[in-house]
Design a protein around this ligand. Sequence first.
Ligand code: BES
Ligand code: MN
Ligand code: ZN
Length: 486
Amino acid sequence: MQTTLKKSTDPLSVGADAIVVFVAEPAVATGTVAAADAALDGLVGACVADGEITGEVGQISVVHTGGLIGAPRLVVVGVGDGSIESWRAAGRATGARVRAIKARTVALAIDDADAARLTALVTGVRYGAYRFDRYKTSPLDPELTDLRVYSVVVSPAQLRRATRLADAVGAARDLANAPANDLTPTALAARAAELADQTTGLECAVLERKELQKLGAGALLAVAQGSDEPPKMIVLRYTPKRRAAADEVLGLVGKAVTFDTGGISIKPSGGMEEMKLDMAGGAAVVEGIGLIAQLGLPVEVVAVVPATENMPSGTATRPGDVVRAMNGRTIEVINTDAEGRLILADALTYAVTEAGATRLVDFATLTGAIVVALGEVYAGLFGSDEDWTAAVRAAGEASGDLCWPMPLHPGYAPLIKSKVADLSNAAAKRQAGAIYAAQFLREFTDGRPWCHVDIAGTGMIGGAGTGFGVGLMLAIAEQLAHTPRH
Ligand code: BES
Ligand code: MN
Ligand code: ZN
């Protein structure tokens, strides 16, 4: 995908497959819309008068231009109240439509919309036009390859940020959507290494089983022992040229279970194929730190991604087994399907004790319970520190990766007790499943400001990865870059 910024004030003369213009609600023809109306002999105004074009968010009208302007089609898109969220929704609708009409080159005439709206639009268009067709052998429809943004307000750097963000979200989706026979822990580690090779200041280290044994990462190893695929603890570190806050290291942790069968506590077969997406958090973290490094933000960041399969076999962990986590705590594995918290336990410990993270955010497709609670709109946000949780929530709002606060409380602690070990990985009671998991993770954060984002609902929608979290991570890093914390 190529995205270019055009400073021309005459987008209608561009040679493109489609020119896209935007109208707020109630629809009034101004700017490029008015110019298009004039060039098309009042056609747009007639649609408005007819009530066909109202400006309602996401509403799309495709007008054939008969060569009266530079493109054969004019696409009129409603942006409703003109809020950033509305521009994002309008972008998605636009992306889906330009894909349906098989447009390759599309001009977006955004008039005086600002950088935040442009970002919402461009990422939205890319989201709407996204497809995962790597495994199709039949001839494919032409795809959108060339976006031309007409704006006199937005700077090249702002468009570059939007484009890089869209690229990183697309890369995270590609990783998530890849089937588990190709996207193994080894393959995810290779992608991390490739990113580090391509990016200044970004370094990658991959811990193999032997090193994990030496570190005592018994919780991650317990999940991995049922699989023939070797586990990897992927560690990416971004060292900026300059730091805004000298003593801060942002720790990003992402669950990467490349396939979750449930293990011996095996899942029902219906829909199990979706569990190839159980590495969506890890994929977002890998691409997220890559994006922060590419944009050269003045923030030190370390990413820790525990990657493994969760399989049943003769060597798999059994319910009732007791394992020792990297921080020395013992865990009774009551349910082998509660594997995410096990691998995150060791990753959080590693981030704090080995990688020096001073504050943490983890992203994980952790519980079905969060899907029941919040659906696909809001991720569940848990945190141990009020200010840090507020900052993460604000970054979610700014990026469109929405997070809703969920509680932690000592009253939930009895649920994670075990009769035989320090902790149990699954509660006896079927209640508050998402909170219980978060309460468990907190035991491995060493009292550092920590947030847990449960993306089981938002990270995978309709059986496909969304890239949720990448934008949030960028927004968080930008926040840290501007406000030094001490
Ligand atoms: N990966 C699943 C959670 C999940 C479920 C993600 C649905 C996306 C969609 C996780 O490993 C899991 O199996 N969680 C169990 C925990 C339970 C056994 C305590 C769950 O949520 O049922
Ligand atoms: Mn599971
Ligand atoms: Zn899982």
